[in-house]
Design a protein around this ligand. Sequence first.
Ligand code: SF4
Length: 179
Amino acid sequence: MVETNLPAPAGIEGPGFFATALDNVVGMARKNSLWPLPFATSCCGIEFMATMASHYDLARFGSERPSFSPRQADLLMVMGTIAKKMGPVLRQTYEQMAEPRWVLSVGACASSGGIFDTYSVLQGIDRVIPVDVYVPGCPPRPEQIIEGLLKIQQLAESESTRRRDSEEYKALLESYKIS
Ligand code: SF4
């Protein structure tokens, strides 16, 4: 069930009025309406399916709409072994997402190559795109994936609306040669 009684952001209230910062309102909206794009290539994707299903129900966090279009997603969830040949595809998917966008690396394979320390496997998706939160495990349980989503929510809620225009953020993208 979708959470409908969200607490108001920090602010000042009195009879008939409530005042808060724009960042707080935008952060609250972003936090509770993340649209995930599942980039699942192998077994960790099955854990994602369990996370979306009724028992764990990611919809409770406002993320019931998986987007298979990068242009209509703001959370890239990468799950599974990413072969080096898939690197450019993953990168292009990331580049097609509008700002603000976040990346959740789910499982050992996506985060570090996992057990596949071999010539054909990318040894972590942060070699090609920036990652916001890593979820450990092989595979991680749905509870861990949900914890990762909660961490992304914390980032989304607390992020300044100006962060994406900051020199620091531009430098991060430049370090990946992403314009
Ligand atoms: S981390 Fe483990 S469960 Fe996940 S994709 Fe890799 S091998 Fe499969």
